[in-house]
Ligand binder design. Structure first.
Ligand code: NAD
Ligand code: G6P
Ligand code: MN
Length: 449
């Protein structure tokens, strides 16, 4: 097996140490020659990198080199794989994305509704620059992007790099949900084969099979409605917010029992309930700053202080393992089936060809080969078309500097709906994002009656 040179862009991310532990756990499936971190924030990256150095010394002694840098040429030259996990504006801007809509009684969420639009308009430019840089220094590297909001980033990258066959956008949520299904069934998550369709953070499992072809869908539905549904992956199992989110799946399966929903559908199907539950002074961003970020930084400090991992507990989570299994299937042409984002081109027969859809695909060394879904029925088609139009309009707004397209996007979104409210949210978001967004051309003011 050829050993890979891996670059992690966003080395300072809160997910990096988990990813390193997953790389250690998956070294047989995805053996590495070198790991290089790249980040624009030297301090944020350094702490994570210093801890990583110690982890790798102990647990990956066969690795030929570990490097970290803020120099993109040094980082991106000679890469086989580049994992991208950046956050333009950081968690501080995530907090604003979530607070602003809440002030107008709309859902405040990182990737859904107005928050997703704000984050998308910040991320697109950086992501395009990054892919251009990677292609300049490593034209043949595989790029695995999971930077959010993945749906909007994927649509922008599709437009910007239509011929790039080695760029894949991916989300861990379907896999994290499948970890809980595996718990219900007493099986390993990688022994389950999903049938699924939708957009990123906006899809449904239609079937869960095992590798022998046995259908477990009804058992899972019954277990969810009768016994409840809980997160089981290590990263989220003890997180009160994720516990609530998984609990909401019980409601979704009770109301709409045909398919098993992605957890993110709660924001679109129960927006008023979501707004009621939220606290502007303690949105998810604040919880992450006080939770995951603090936990990871404390862990890194401890490893560095001890010059060892002996006093810390290091966990492997599905996020890293999933990305790595997909990468391995691309590197070694395993043809494993994973849910990823691809251009539709007939996969979901009654959706547009140019939609970025999220579907199970055979992952090969020629890229993902999506498995046909066929026609979807009216409820799902209607929901998806509205969401897809929102995503496309956000990307249009970026390219056309169009206030009107941004306003249309928000008005269309199920978490907003009301045009005057969409305008108020948009205006507040323009103010908050001055440093990051393209300048949107002004449109006539709201008419006062
Ligand atoms: P974070 O802010 O802790 O980490 C992001 C890192 O990227 C920071 O260290 C930052 O300095 C760096 N960075 C920002 N812009 C950069 C640029 N242009 N070039 C290089 N480095 C840059 O954020 P996080 O919470 O750890 O999340 C990282 C990203 O991964 C986010 O986009 C998050 O939404 C995404 N994510 C996606 C999924 C998924 O399912 N798709 C799952 C988990 C995390
Ligand atoms: C899931 C989603 C990601 C999201 C992550 C963390 O894994 O698929 O897209 O970034 O959750 O969300 P949180 O709200 O915990 O930061
Ligand atoms: Mn995701």
């Amino acid at each position: 097996m050829k050993k890979q040179n891996l670059v992690v862009v966003g080395g300072g991310s809160t997910y990096t140490i988990g990813m390193i532990m997953s790389l250690v756990a998956e070294k047989e499936q995805f053996p590495l020659r070198t790991i290089t971190f790249y980040d624009t924030n030297a301090d944020r990256q350094e702490k994570i990198a210093k801890a990583t150095e110690i982890i790798l010394r102990e647990k990956y002694p066969e690795l030929e080199g570990f490097y970290y840098t803020t120099d993109k040429e040094e980082a991106l030259t000679n890469a086989d794989f580049v994992f991208v996990q950046i956050r333009t504006g950081g968690l501080a801007m995530r907090e604003k994305d979530e607070q602003i809509p809440l002030r107008h009684e709309a859902v405040g969420q990182e990737t859904c509704g107005p928050g997703g639009m704000a984050y998308g308009l910040r991320s697109i430019g950086d992501m395009i620059d990054l892919v251009n840089d990677i292609r300049h220094y490593s034209p043949d590297a595989w790029i695995l992007n999971y930077t959010n909001p993945a749906a909007i980033v994927a649509e922008a990258l599709r437009r910007e790099f239509p011929d790039d066959q080695k760029l894949l956008n991916i989300c861990d949520m379907p896999a994290a949900i499948m970890v809980s299904y595996a718990g219900i069934l007493g099986k390993d998550v990688f022994d389950l084969v999903p049938e699924y369709f939708g957009l990123n953070h906006f899809g449904w499992f239609t079937k869960i099979l095992d590798k022998d072809g046995k259908d477990h869908t009804d058992t899972i539905k019954r277990a969810i409605t009768e016994d409840g549904f809980i997160p089981e992956d290590a990263e989220i199992a003890n997180d009160p917010s994720w516990i609530k989110t998984f609990k909401q799946v019980e409601q979704m399966v009770t109301d709409f029992p045909e398919y098993l929903p992605n957890t993110y559908l709660q924001y679109y199907l129960y927006p008023s309930q979501m707004v009621e539950k939220e606290d502007e002074n303690n949105t998810r961003a604040r919880q992450v700053i006080n939770g995951r970020e603090k936990r990871v930084h404390t862990l890194a400090d401890q490893i560095i202080a001890d010059n060892s991992t002996e006093n810390v507990e290091l966990e492997v989570d599905i996020h890293g393992r999933y990305m790595i299994r997909v990468a391995a299937s691309m590197a070694y042409n395993n043809g494993d089936i994973f849910i990823v984002m691809v251009e539709n081109n007939g996969t979901i027969a009654n959706l547009p060809d140019d939609a970025m859809v999220e579907v199970p695909s055979l992952i090969t060394n020629r890229g993902p080969k999506p498995l046909a879904v066929g026609h979807i029925s009216t409820f799902y088609k209607g929901l998806i078309e509205g969401q897809l139009a929102y995503e496309k309009l956000v990307v249009d707004a970026y390219y056309e500097n169009s206030y009107e397209k941004a306003l249309q996007a928000l008005t269309l979104n199920r978490t907003v709906v009301d045009a005057p409210r969409a305008r108020k949210i948009l205006d507040d978001m323009i103010d908050a994002n001055k440093e990051y967004w393209p300048k949107l051309h002004a449109n006539k003011k709201a008419v006062t009656v």
